[in-house]
Design a protein around this ligand. Structure first.
Ligand SMILES: [Fe+2]
Length: 268
């Protein structure tokens, strides 16, 4: 299918409070849509949900993502299979919730985009991926709160139990590389009593009367507000492209047995 004829056959539907579903006609391939067009739509919408396209083989998926930029190589490979495991070492593979984070915090490179394809989904079993748009949270914040945020740096520490680990310090407020708008780089601490792979967070740059735990709680509460969050309910065949700079993301707990199988690739 050529790009012009496919473009007219794509049905765009906005998601709330942000994001976009694009439904493709039968027989369409992701490679029929120019990468720069999809990249523009991703930056505009922060999350793109593509439906009706053929899913790609594992190597083919990584090769496709390479058209967007350098593909991040994890120890297990370029494509990470996300499947719920019976005895996982890392919370990503357990059935509980995954608190907000951005991908690649513990690697040198900062991925621009991440790609998922959903090979299998179990309806009505929870496990929605939750995306929070930090650009909207920043835009709505009072000038005084923005000033407090500008001073803050967060240090994250985690043991390497799966494909990532280490210690990293990041300023809370950063700039989106494509649009220049302020974004928040925030990951929630993971309590060792609850999570298989705890993440410890220390806060630098607070004023004397600010308590670190209150600061972390209030920032997490703000980003969880419904006006900033899109909850993605997976369907088999979904291809999702997300902006890893504008968003933080996490996952709701599964509410029952699941056979869900996602594959994920990060593009720098
Ligand atoms: Fe993630």
């Amino acid at each position: 299918m050529n790009a012009a004829s496919l473009n007219s056959g794509l049905v765009h539907t906005p998601l709330r409070p942000f994001g976009r579903v694009i439904e493709a006609p039968d027989g369409a391939e992701i490679t029929d849509i120019p990468v720069d067009t999809l990249a523009r739509w991703t930056v505009e919408s922060r999350v793109l949900v593509l439906r009706g396209l053929r899913l790609l083989g594992k190597k083919e998926f990584a090769d496709y993502c390479r058209l967007w930029g350098e593909v991040l190589k994890w120890e297990p490979g370029e494509v990470i299979d996300l499947i719920v495991e019976d005895d996982p070492k890392n919370y990503l593979f357990a059935s509980g919730d995954v608190p907000f984070h951005w991908d690649g915090a513990f690697v040198e490179a900062n991925p621009r985009y991440f790609f998922f394809q959903c090979l299998d989904a179990t309806p009505d079993s929870g496990g929605e991926t939750v995306f929070s748009d930090t650009t909207m949270a920043y835009r709505d914040a009072e000038p005084e709160l923005r000033k407090r945020w500008e001073r803050v740096s967060l240090t994250y520490k985690t043991e390497k139990l799966a494909h990532y680990g280490g210690e990293v310090t990041e300023r809370l407020v950063s700039q989106h590389p494509a649009t220049g708008v302020p974004v928040l780089r925030f990951a929630e601490p993971l309590d060792p009593d609850t999570y298989k792979n705890p993440v410890y967070v220390t806060v630098g740059g607070l004023q004397d009367d600010d308590r670190p735990d209150q600061f972390l709680d209030s920032t997490a509460e703000l980003l969880h507000r419904s006006e900033y969050c899109y909850h993605h309910v997976w369907q088999s065949g979904d291809i999702v492209i997300a902006d890893n700079y504008a968003l933080v993301h996490g996952r709701n707990a599964f509410t029952g047995p699941t056979a869900r199988h996602l594959q994920r690739v990060e593009v720098i």
